[in-house]
Design a protein around this ligand. Structure first.
Ligand SMILES: Cc1cc2nc3c(=O)[nH]c(=O)nc-3n(C[C@H](O)[C@H](O)[C@H](O)COP(=O)(O)OP(=O)(O)OC[C@H]3O[C@@H](n4cnc5c(N)ncnc54)[C@H](O)[C@@H]3O)c2cc1C
Length: 632
């Protein structure tokens, strides 16, 4: 809905994703006039968003997707060893892998991002794993602010559960596919769970009833096991931030959502001691950011809005530092290089960026996995699985494969070289040929139904050398993003090698699960061939090289970190406030000083609820002080 110029909002929030969406709802529900500005649209009626089985397809949807390209290494020739390295042939036309045509432009590695209501939560893989206690205690110890204590953070999780449903995939869907079940039993058995030969399905069913989020288990963070994967869905339909925002508006709370509007600058009132954020400038129009494949190189209609109390930036790990820098908050040398007037020299903006490392083992069978019969993943009339998902109830597997995200279950354990005692390795299994992200990766992943992948996700990684730098001072250009992986990044105390060793262990664990598959011939699964890393990749050195060349991440975080008062690289204080200016906070994945948990959305939702409480408390204190001040 258009913003009437005469409305004065208490809060203006930029970005409606995991950070900004819940925060906007909570502030509005508390009675504050809140404007939520979002670059993209609402995705109403877009089946790609609501069908869990389309979690890959939705990342290719041109109405949502931003084709952000990143590098893992500074050395471009080293980067090109990754078969996912991508070149642009013409606008949004890509060549992936070696031997590009001579006119192709080097782009880097695709890093999917989404615009629109709910941000990346509307296109993500739906996986819901709670953070570990150490993630919160780390912030408490770093800043001395004990409101971050893990036990105290529980109340924010309770608040998240007021609007977020998480449920496991209906195990009966998985148990109907015997070769798939045989792989999962192999995984459980490789982890040491005894699965008797005569009753493997019953025992797998029991294993799949375990939750990796069991809050009643005090040892949950360090408990290894074989688990089903909880997803953010209700009755087999994705439901999350997007729906929460829409419900908040529908119920009449004072939340205005301004869609298809791209914020280009934060405005400051510089008349006082400290620059004070007073509002934002924006451009109205669809697909204005050039990372959108529907971009028409238009610059939109200009506008601005002011915030009576605060401006909050929740544009995500890449776009929040970009917007801060464009507005004069960042390393002064970089800002001056781009002719940007310095409002506050804050050298940490766009540094400290972290991510997971992820790596698969992919195998191919001679026959299809039955669970995918009739699934074409293309929204076309022949997609029988979509019809089943649309017409059948969510009970006893009736809704079929699309009521899952395609990843059936996970092995969880702490590797020998983990940074913390908490589980640092999740190895997911599913009937998919998943090798990471590149243009049309999802089509590739399900091109045939014969592949199975054990895919490892390394949590609590040590590398914090990622950077987000301005490419230009044009707000519609995407920034320069480099994760500086392994030996190009954090190396103190052998950090790079320790993470690499964890990943080598994960590949060996995946192969162990594949070996245990053959212990259950009763389920009649066919023999498979390992396609990658491949039978010839056996030594630690060879596996390590495969990991360095192929690893990727998709939980980028920590690029505007919270930190202690005496750390010049800290961008935020422990209350999410941008240092050195007033009335400006950041609330999204970029705020963490250390990447939390295993899957990040739950941690962002909790941080967002915490930020809402801090902001509301600050507003109440300010109102009280104003009421008590003597009349002038
Ligand atoms: C393919 C994929 C799968 C994933 N799967 C999972 C998963 O299964 N589980 C999990 O826990 N995590 C998952 N994640 C990660 C998780 O979804 C993100 O980390 C999380 O959504 C980040 O939240 P955020 O608020 O920081 O940013 P986002 O969710 O990206 O939200 C930022 C919002 O800001 C808007 N915006 C940006 N700049 C501007 C501007 N200048 N003006 C106006 N609006 C702007 C964007 O359009 C976007 O809507 C996945 C991520 C990807 C890419």
């Amino acid at each position: 809905s258009p913003t009437p110029r005469d409305v004065e909002y208490d809060y203006v929030i930029v970005g409606s994703g995991a950070g900004g969406g819940p925060l906007a709802c909570r502030l509005a529900r508390e009675g504050y006039k809140t404007l939520l500005i979002e670059a993209g649209g609402d995705h109403n009626g877009n089946v790609n968003v609501s069908v869990p089985g389309y979690q890959g397809v939705v990342t290719q949807d041109p109405t949502l997707r931003w084709d952000i390209f990143v590098n893992h290494y500074k050395d471009i020739n080293r980067q090109k060893r990754d078969p996912k390295f991508t070149y642009e042939l013409g606008p949004y036309q890509y060549h992936v892998g070696p031997n590009p045509p001579s006119n192709a432009e080097e782009k880097g590695i695709l890093y999917p991002r989404a615009q629109g209501l709910g941000g990346c939560v509307s296109h993500n893989a739906l996986i819901w794993i709670l953070p570990h206690a150490r993630d919160w205690n780390f912030i408490k110890d770093l800043t001395g602010d004990d409101t971050w204590d893990a036990i105290k953070m529980n109340k924010y999780l309770d608040r998240v559960y007021q609007w977020q449903t998480a449920m496991p995939t209906d195990p009966t869907i998985l148990l109907r596919d015997l070769p798939l079940a045989q792989h999962l039993i192999g995984g459980a058995s490789a982890l040491g769970l005894s699965i008797p030969l005569l009753t493997p399905l019953v025992n797998l069913g029991n294993a799949l009833l375990n939750s990796p989020n069991n809050r009643l288990n005090p040892a949950r963070d360090v408990t290894p096991g074989f688990f089903q994967i909880p997803l953010i869905m209700k009755g087999g339909v994705r439901t999350s931030v997007r729906e929460y925002i829409q419900e908040t508006v529908a119920k009449g709370y004072p939340l205005t959502v301004k869609l298809n509007t791209y914020v280009t600058k934060i405005n400051f009132d510089e008349s006082g001691d400290k620059p004070k954020a007073s509002g934002v400038e924006y451009r109205e129009g669809e697909y204005l950011y050039r990372a959108s494949p529907l971009n028409r190189r238009e610059r939109g209609t200009p506008g601005s809005v002011s915030a009576k109390r605060e401006v909050i930036i929740s544009a995500g790990t890449f776009n929040t530092p970009q917007l801060l820098k464009l507005s004069g908050i960042g390393p002064q040398d970089e800002l001056r290089r781009h002719d940007i007037e310095v409002v506050k020299d804050l050298p940490g903006v766009g540094t400290n960026m972290m991510d997971r490392y992820e790596i698969p083992v992919n195998v191919k069978h001679p026959e299809d996995f039955p669970i995918l019969d009739g699934c074409t993943f293309d929204l076309k009339p022949q997609d029988k699985c979509l019809k089943q998902w649309q017409t059948k109830p969510y009970i006893l597997g009736a809704k079929g494969a699309y009521a899952t995200n395609g990843l059936a279950a996970t092995m969880v354990f702490t590797t020998k070289t983990s940074k913390t005692p908490a589980s640092d390795m999740f190895v997911f299994g599913g009937p998919i040929n998943f090798k990471g992200y590149f243009p049309q990766w999802a089509d590739f992943a399900v091109r045939d139904h014969k592949h199975f992948s054990w895919y490892s996700l390394k949590a609590h990684s040590r590398n914090r050398a990622g950077t987000v730098e301005l490419r230009s001072n044009d707000p519609f250009d995407q920034p320069l993003i480099n994760f500086n992986y392994f030996d190009e990044g954090t190396t103190e105390g052998g950090a790079d090698n320790l993470d690499l060793q964890s990943l080598i262990q994960a590949i060996r664990q995946s192969r162990e699960a594949l070996a245990h598959y053959y212990k259950y011939p009763i389920l009649n699964g066919t023999k498979f061939v390992e396609e990658s890393p491949g039978a010839d990749v056996q030594s630690d050195a060879a596996i390590g090289q495969y990991i360095k060349d192929n690893a990727w991440g998709h939980h980028a975080a920590c690029s505007c970190p919270i930190g202690p008062d005496d750390d010049p690289m800290a961008v935020l204080d422990s209350k999410f406030r941008v240092r050195g200016v007033e009335n400006l906070r950041v609330v999204d994945a970029s705020v963490f000083p250390d990447i939390p948990g295993v899957f990040i959305q739950s941690a962002i939702f909790m941080a967002s609820e915490k930020a809402a409480e801090e902001i509301i408390q600050a507003a109440k204190e300010a109102d009280k002080a104003a009421a008590e001040a003597p009349a002038s």
